[in-house]
Design a protein around this ligand. Structure first.
Ligand SMILES: Nc1ncnc2c1ncn2[C@@H]1O[C@H](COP(=O)(O)OP(=O)(O)OP(=O)(O)O)[C@@H](O)[C@H]1O
Ligand SMILES: [Mg+2]
Length: 353
């Protein structure tokens, strides 16, 4: 792991220690004079500096070059994945107004299992049971939440409930998910090269996936027009699929899927689109990063049919924060709010809700 990224530590000497420290998950460089890291869910400023802006900028350009990309006036933004799976995003002046900005999301070697999440208090036993039921009953599930709330980690944990023997197609922009089943076929999108050629998008890969006889499709993240392709796939019988989306609540999640579908440029009447969203999505699992840096599954909601053309959900479980200690530690509890509509079906697959 370290060998593969030795060029990164070479270019970014001032943050070498953080690159090599497994307890650091993110490194955020805001120009030569300011560096923050995230450790154990907490963002802290660290007293390291780069020699100068030109030195930092050269480092960023070298990172780009090492992965066959360009970072210069004509290409002032870099979105790259490093050989070890870490993600780097960089923006240079004048777009960035404080010098070269770099964010490094380090690749987690061991992704979180649901058991670990339970140990951390991110979910409780009943939540785990409910999540397992959603997957075994082939509900289409979207994991929503804000940036870095733990969506991808929850999706990965959910995917572990998929029974062996089902054919799972995984589509991602950058490989993050680690499915353990035997019959998994993973795909990764490709960015256009420096001549603007050769781009392969999530939408393209969904189309391929549909011709590859999937039992389930797992998409790393929905960000744009691919939402429409996914809805169509789900409504034509690929139940049990799952993905993540950036949203503030379960209802907002459905609205965001709608907005993304509209970005496809394909004209679908709004009413028909909403009906598609409401029928395709079975449940929303909402995640949040709390004030103490901990991540939790804060809500699980079943999607109900439209009423007056508006989205409706039935919240099944919810986390409620009850107090925040002087050291910032959050305490509270998970509550059951409603009985799932699929209690009987769950019993048939051996889960007592
Ligand atoms: N339940 C958890 N407990 C502790 N740390 C967690 C938990 N879930 C995720 N993390 C950590 O939080 C960070 C963000 O997690 P993750 O990538 O899953 O979030 P995300 O919502 O998908 O982020 P993004 O918005 O960038 O896609 C990672 O460093 C991850 O290891
Ligand atoms: Mg993610």
């Amino acid at each position: 792991m370290e060998n593969k990224n030795s060029f990164l530590t070479l270019f970014l000497m001032p943050v070498k220690d953080f690159l090599e420290d497994d307890s650091v998950s993110e490194i955020l460089i805001n120009g030569p004079e300011q560096v923050y890291i995230e450790r154990a869910g907490r963002l802290v400023e660290v007293p390291v500096r780069f020699v100068s802006e030109p030195a930092l900028r050269a480092a960023a350009a070298n990172i780009a070059k090492s992965v066959g990309r360009i970072l210069d006036e004509m290409h002032p933004r870099l979105d790259a994945r490093l050989p070890d799976g870490s993600r780097v995003h960089a923006v240079i002046p004048p777009l960035s107004r404080i010098g070269t900005v770099i964010a490094i999301r380090k690749f987690k070697k061991d992704t979180l299992t649901i058991a670990k999440m339970q140990e951390f208090g991110s979910v409780d036993a009943d939540t785990v049971n409910l999540l397992r039921a959603l997957v075994l009953l082939h509900k289409n599930v979207i994991v929503s939440g804000s940036t870095s709330s733990g969506k991808t980690s929850v999706l990965n944990a959910l995917s572990a409930f998929i029974p062996d023997g089902e054919r799972v197609l995984v589509i991602e922009d950058a490989t993050e998910l680690q499915l353990q089943q035997r019959h998994v076929v993973p795909f990764e999108t490709r960015k256009a090269d420096k001549n603007g050629q050769g781009e392969v998008t999530i939408r393209d890969l969904i189309r391929s996936a549909l011709r590859l006889r999937p039992d389930r499709i797992v998409i790393g993240e929905i960000r744009g027009g691919e939402a429409l392709d996914l809805l169509q796939a789900l409504n034509t019988g690929h139940a049990g699929s799952m993905s993540t989306i950036h949203a503030n609540s379960p209802i907002d999640c459905l609205r965001r899927i709608e907005t993304c579908a509209l970005l496809s440029g394909i004209d679908v009447p709004l009413q028909a689109l909403r009906a598609q969203v409401a029928s395709a999505i079975g449940a929303v699992v909402h995640t949040a990063r709390l004030s103490d840096g901990s991540r939790k599954v804060v809500s699980i909601a079943e999607v109900l049919p439209l009423e007056n053309n508006e989205y409706r959900v039935r919240e099944l479980r919810r986390w409620t924060t009850e107090s925040i200690a002087p050291d910032g530690k959050v305490s509270g509890r998970f509550e059951e709010l409603a009985r799932p509509s699929f209690v009987e079906q769950a019993r048939m697959v051996g889960i007592d809700l």
